[in-house]
Design a protein around this ligand. Structure first.
Ligand SMILES: *[C@@H]1O[C@H](CO)[C@@H](O)[C@H](O)[C@H]1NC(C)=O
Ligand SMILES: *[C@@H]1O[C@H](CO)[C@@H](O)[C@H](O)[C@H]1NC(C)=O
Length: 315
């Protein structure tokens, strides 16, 4: 009887010990082994290597992204001109979906990067926009007139005032214009159209406008017979018609924490944009950093800092 009890205790003890060892082993596996295994598998899944699902998703994001526009309709344009406070009515969202497709230019194993540019396409989403139509007519501040007058000297502005009718179509020659959302943002409207009856003075003003807007990405030049026939403005047309530069980003094969980080943009690790007005080239602000927002490094938690590089604001 005593022996049996002793034996039972021994069995119990051994079983308990075995269970403890098993338990510890499970814990070690659960907290160290499995996460390591998962992490290493995850790293293999996320880095950018041709022929993988991740690569395909990187080249073409397999779902459409949201792009929503809220606008302020100017409801009292005539009164504003005579000194009244603007009364604005917020309208939106005008709901677009957009897709991003990357054109791979090269992969560069020596520095573990891939180089590409991007094509974007915007489509109006009528269902999600509800009753708002893309051909809704709203009253806007005339962006072309404002920016041209900002770029001009006082004398040029005075000269321009005498040429408004010759340079802008009648619908667009005022400080406030009424036009469709689609026109304002994607289709665009033409101005500074070639006109043989423009006269010498207004012809000079037209040439100056063509010259000054050369680098403005919202204004396109329309050519006919090898010369500028007209200019065309739209807020977002450039997003579809031009790429937003050449990106070189890390593939994450060597160091997965760098996955997607922009290494160079247009072949440069630095911009020259920030601080230019004060003729300092601020390295901190001009450093290209972050991802292009289509890919992020793995293992992000809520304390992680996630940076993206946006070409619209050069940072
Ligand atoms: C925008 O405001 C104008 C008045 O300036 C008005 O005629 C027009 O109907 C408004 N549009 C919408 C969609 O509210
Ligand atoms: C650049 O800008 C950053 C952020 O404003 C500032 O901390 C830094 O001192 C500046 N560096 C130079 C060289 O001006």
């Amino acid at each position: 009887m005593v022996r049996k009890t002793f034996c039972s205790i021994k069995v119990l003890f051994i079983t308990t010990a075995a269970l403890v060892v098993l338990f510890v082993a499970v814990l070690v596996l659960a907290f160290i082994g499995v996460p390591r295994l998962i992490n290493s598998q995850l790293e293999k899944q996320v880095h950018l290597e041709k022929g993988t699902t991740q690569w395909d998703r990187f080249v073409e994001i397999p779902f459409a992204l949201d792009f929503k526009i809220w606008l302020f309709n100017v409801t009292n344009p005539e009164e504003i001109v005579t000194g009244a406070k603007p009364v604005l009515k917020e309208i939106g969202p005008f709901y677009y979906t957009f897709t991003i497709k990357k054109n791979i230019i090269s992969t560069n194993p020596s520095d573990d990067t891939v180089t590409y540019d991007r094509d974007m396409t915007f489509t109006y989403n009528q269902e999600l926009s509800g009753s708002l139509k893309e051909d809704e007519e709203l009253v806007f501040l005339n962006p072309v007139m404002l920016s041209i007058s900002q770029m001009s000297s006082l004398i040029e502005r005075m000269a321009l005032n005498g040429c408004l009718d010759k340079i802008f179509p009648s619908q667009y020659n005022d400080i406030f214009i009424k036009t469709k959302v689609r026109t304002m943002f994607f289709d665009g409207y033409e101005f500074a159209v070639k006109n043989d009856d423009i006269g010498v003075a207004c012809g000079i003003i037209r040439n100056k406008i063509i010259e000054k807007t050369a680098a403005v990405r919202t204004i396109d030049r329309i050519y006919k017979n090898g010369e500028v026939y007209s200019l065309k403005f739209a807020y977002f047309h450039y997003k579809e018609s031009k790429t937003d530069g050449v990106y070189t980003v890390f593939r994450g094969l060597d160091d997965v924490s760098l996955l997607g980080q922009v290494f160079r943009w247009n072949d440069e690790p630095q911009l020259s944009f920030w601080g230019r007005a004060m003729s300092v080239n601020n390295e901190t602000c001009n450093r290209v950093r972050g991802t292009d927002a289509t890919i992020f490094q793995p293992f992000i938690n809520k304390d992680s800092v996630v940076e993206i590089y946006n070409t619209d604001i050069c940072r």
